[in-house]
Design a protein around this ligand. Structure first.
Ligand code: NI
Length: 250
């Protein structure tokens, strides 16, 4: 079930039996020579859609622009400042709370979002903690963030599919997941060097200077539709269990 493909009476009915929702959250940023700019937003969206077939799940709109200042030297990349993202996540959360949602599972597709997501959670919880008298009159809000590749068992699957050159950015697995969902978007590009360099970076100019084609440590030319399907199947199984536990816990 998807929020944006539902009517308000359907959501009203849904809320009689569940207070949980999943929000895919990602980024809009370069993903090397053969990866789609939307990769980090598409992957959690694709895995959430596959999970819908396995368990009762309400999927909200994708929070598709995140923390990507370091990618801005590559055309097409977009970013939020951390302060903007925290404010936006708070408004999304408050809107959902207004209707009775109490459990929000953010399925993340971009490692660069992690610190800001945790800061947003702290900001949201702080408002409740600082309220005089505690949270007595407030719903029991629970927020959870999981990187899709850190769902139980999934990194093992990714490493098995790509024993070398999986990488850290524009990974073989994330590119494969998007190719499986959008087979007409497969790109054939020769990578030079075959496996990209690794290292740390500061701002956008520095990033492009040390990672000239955008990749970090990866050889995403290995990405195939079939390998992407394998990862999506495993990730949706794992997400189904993780989401059920979160949605149903006391
Ligand atoms: Ni990515």
């Amino acid at each position: 079930m998807r929020l944006h493909l539902s009517t308000w009476p359907e959501i009203e009915t849904y809320l009689e039996s569940s207070r949980a929702i999943l929000i895919p959250i990602g980024s809009t940023e370069q993903h090397g020579p053969n990866g789609l700019i939307g990769t980090d937003a598409l992957c959690p969206e694709i895995i959430a859609a596959a999970t819908e077939e396995k368990t009762e799940l309400l999927v909200g709109p994708t929070f598709s622009v995140g923390i990507a200042q370091h990618h801005l030297a590559f055309p097409g990349s977009m970013t939020l400042r951390p302060s903007t993202m925290i404010a936006a996540m708070k408004d999304w959360t408050d809107s959902l709370i207004r209707h009775g949602f109490e459990r929000i599972f953010w399925l993340n597709g971009h490692g660069g979002n992690t610190a800001t997501i945790q800061a947003a959670f702290a900001e949201i919880y702080s408002e409740r903690s600082l309220k005089v008298g505690g949270k007595d009159n407030l719903p029991d809000l629970r927020l959870k963030a999981v990187n899709w590749w850190e769902l139980p068992g999934i990194m093992d699957v990714c490493q098995r599919e790509f024993p070398t050159g999986h990488g850290m950015h524009a990974t073989a697995s994330e590119v494969a997941v998007t190719y499986a969902a959008y087979p007409d978007q497969v790109r054939k590009v020769e990578m030079t060097p075959k496996i990209a360099p690794v290292g740390s970076f500061r701002d956008a100019g520095h990033y492009r200077a040390i990672f000239p084609d955008g990749r970090i440590g990866s050889d995403p030319a290995q990405a195939t539709i079939e390998k992407g399907q394998t990862i999506i199947e495993a990730a949706s199984e794992s997400l189904s269990r993780a989401y059920r536990t979160f949605a149903d816990e006391d």
